[in-house]
Every structure is written in structure tokens, then in C-alpha cells.
Design a protein around this ligand. Structure first.
Ligand SMILES: NC(=O)CC[C@H](N)C(=O)O
Length: 377
């Protein structure tokens, strides 16, 4: 969890980095000229001086390097946050950047340990007034989950922005540098305050609650299916927040003691579904089960019976959906009141799993849990 942790393990890897970083810088050079010219110095900075942005690097494709054989293969998390910042010309005109390495992983390996380290570092930086905004560099696979976790635990109204890229730093037309530039613009801008955790990729500013990855490889992957982006950003026009995007009512929960959240399993529903995955979750000690249901959070009769039995044992059951957009509504085809179930409203299963925070906080009564899910409207 320190800068040392990200240091290349061998000298050979060190040499690769030494060779690659200048190459990355060179590859970004032509883009940099445009960016530096488009950015009016001070345009997005406070009058009193440049805002202080703490950059917390976790890895991901944005810090990835291509396989030397140019097969399309690459490794996430090879470049440090500091090297990333240095490789994008013009950032120093937007903000005073200070980078720290929290982890160097592909976000498919994201875990409680990194989440807690991020949350604690951000809160500390805000409480001690060490930063005016936070920028987190992250892989895109679970970017939405980290964004939503932090949205639920970080207190204060200073901007927290999360950024990633779909192409590694060494790719032709890498999208990382542009995304980084725009993310710093947003993190450094006073108009970004009070909007919760935001993700900035591909010219769009999207809220942690709404954003989801919608395409496996395209750079146009992140969307907010229910409500769209809260704003747009580009190097020429700057930031435009949409007037109607007032932001969600945000509730923050205390970070639980220890380094682990309670076990909550996501169970995916489908045709011919039986009770086995639910029984498995129960036998492995799940404290909660999130159903990635069909349609409006539905599932088969056998699965439903198993969920009802789970709820009777005190396991929290949250009905979400495998469908990409829409809401899950109480008591439509399932009697949630009778069964003691909760519905996830607009939260997809991977976000509804943050029932973990509520369970850890001792919130276990279905009515109270339901209020936490609907509190945002
Ligand atoms: N484009 C990406 O960032 C995906 C790479 C990797 N799987 C990650 O999430 O970190």
C-alpha cells in the first residue's frame, strides 16, 4: 500500500519501464501540443492559485503496457501514478498534483483492502485539508463498484473523481491521456463540489450511482442508463454540468472496523433456474444475497422459495435485475412485504451488493434497508 509496493520487482522490469516511459511520453507528445494550446492557463483553477489534487493510483489499463509482440495483449498496472501524471503535458497548468500509489492491480482483482485504503486516505486528506480534490486512477472492469463504494463512505463535498481508460498507455490512440486531462479538469473545478463521486471518461462526467460499463472493449463504454451523464468535459470547451442534474441525495455510512466487508453473494437468475446457487450461498455463510433477477427482479418459483427460506433465517435478500436499465419495484410479481425482501431500485447487482455496508452497520430490518435504497429519491 505504499510507493514501494508499486516498485518493479526486478531490474529487468525496471529497464523495461525506463525504456517505455519515454516512449509513452513521445507517443503522447503530439496530443500534448493540442492539449496545452487548448487549455487556457488558470481557466479551470481557482483565483488563489492552483488547486491541490491528490492522485491515488490503483492500476488498471490506464497504467497498462502492451505486449512487446503487439498481439493486442497487455498487462494492467505497469506504470505508476506519478509516471502517468508526468506523461500528460499541460496537467501542471491545471493543478498541483501529488501522486501516491495505493495498488498496482487490474481492477478484476479489486478488493476490500484497497477500498479501505482508498477511503481512509481520501478522508484523511480532506480532514487535514491536504487536498482540494481527489483523482483516482483505476481499471475499468470494476470502476463503477469502487466509485459507488467511495460515494457511500467518503464524507465532505470536495470533488472525488475516478478515471480509467480502455486502451493501454502504449496503444495507438490511447484514451488514457485525454481522460486523465479531463478528469483533472473536473477534480480541480470548484463547480464539481457537492456532486458525490464522479467518473470521467470519454468526455463525459457520470455519477457513481448511475455509471456502468456497457461494452467490453470500446472506448465508448460507460453509460448511465437511467439518467445519462451529469455533465460533459473537453479540453477546448471546458466543463459543462447539466442544469437538471441536481445530484443524488447522498448518505454516507461509517467505514466498518477491520479490513473486510460481510459476505454478500450475487446470484444470477435465468431460465431453468433452480435453488442450488442460493443454497450454496447460504451454506458458504452469506449474510446477504443479491438476486440479479430477470425482468423486474424476478426469478423461478424454486429460487424464490429458497430466497424466502434464506430471509426467514435472517439473511438479507435484495432483488436487483440483470436488465441494464430501469428500476426494481416492490410487490409487483413478488410479495416483498410478506417475504421480508428489499428491492434495489435503480442499483444494478454489483452496486446493490453494497448492502454489505448496511449489514456491517447493523442495519438489518428490511424496512430500514429499503429506506436506505430509496433514500435517494
Ligand atoms: N480497460 C480496463 O481498464 C480493463 C483492464 C482490467 N481488466 C482492469 O479493469 O483493470
Amino acid at each position: 500500500m505504499t510507493k514501494q509496493a508499486a516498485r518493479p520487482a526486478s531490474r529487468r522490469r525496471n529497464r523495461t519501464l525506463m525504456l517505455t516511459v519515454p516512449l509513452v511520453a513521445l507517443a503522447l507528445w503530439s496530443w500534448g501540443i493540442d492539449a496545452a494550446q487548448a487549455a487556457e492557463p488558470g481557466k479551470d483553477a481557482t483565483a488563489a492559485g492552483l488547486p491541490r489534487i491528490l492522485v491515488l493510483a490503483t492500476g488498471g489499463t490506464i497504467a497498462g503496457q502492451a505486449d512487446a509482440r503487439a498481439t493486442g495483449a497487455y498487462k494492467s498496472g505497469q506504470i505508476t501514478g506519478e509516471q502517468l501524471m508526468q506523461s500528460v503535458p499541460g496537467l501542471d497548468k491545471l493543478a498541483k498534483l501529488n501522486a501516491e500509489q495505493i495498488s498496482s492491480i487490474g481492477s478484476q482483482d479489486m478488493n476490500d483492502k484497497v477500498w479501505f485504503a482508498l477511503a481512509r486516505r481520501i478522508q484523511d486528506a480532506f480532514d487535514k485539508n491536504e487536498a482540494d480534490g481527489i483523482l483516482i486512477t483505476h481499471g475499468t472492469d470494476t470502476l463503477e463498484e469502487t466509485a459507488f463504494f467511495l460515494d457511500n463512505v467518503v464524507r465532505g463535498d470536495k470533488p472525488v473523481v475516478i478515471v480509467g481508460s480502455m486502451r493501454p498507455a502504449t496503444a495507438v490512440s490511447a484514451d488514457g491521456p485525454g481522460n486523465l486531462y479531463e478528469a483533472v479538469q473536473v477534480a480541480a473545478d470548484p463547480r464539481s463540489r457537492g456532486r458525490g463521486v464522479m467518473a470521467v471518461l470519454n468526455d463525459k462526467i457520470q455519477s457513481a450511482r448511475s455509471i456502468t460499463k456497457t461494452n467490453t472493449t470500446s472506448i465508448e463504454t460507460f453509460g448511465s442508463p437511467n439518467d445519462g451523464p451529469i455533465g460533459y468535459v473537453d479540453t477546448a470547451g471546458g466543463i459543462r454540468f447539466m442544469a437538471q442534474a441536481a445530484g443524488f441525495k447522498r448518505t454516507t455510512y461509517p467505514l466498518p472496523a477491520g479490513e473486510q466487508l460481510p459476505r454478500v453473494e450475487i446470484v444470477y437468475s435465468h431460465a431453468n433456474m433452480d435453488a442450488v446457487p442460493i443454497e450454496d450461498a447460504i451454506s458458504h455463510g452469506a449474510k446477504g444475497i443479491v438476486l440479479a433477477g430477470v425482468g423486474d427482479g424476478n426469478t423461478s418459483k424454486q429460487a424464490l422459495d429458497a430466497l424466502e427460506a434464506a430471509a426467514k433465517k435472517g439473511i438479507i435478500v435484495v432483488r436487483s435485475t440483470r436488465v441494464r436499465s430501469g428500476f426494481v419495484t416492490r410487490n409487483v410479481e413478488v410479495d416483498d412485504d410478506k417475504n421480508g425482501f428489499v428491492v434495489s431500485e435503480d442499483l444494478n447487482p454489483q452496486k446493490a451488493v453494497l448492502t454489505q455496508l448496511l449489514i456491517a452497520g447493523g442495519v438489518t430490518a428490511p424496512a430500514e434497508l429499503q429506506r436506505a435504497f430509496t433514500a435517494t429519491w
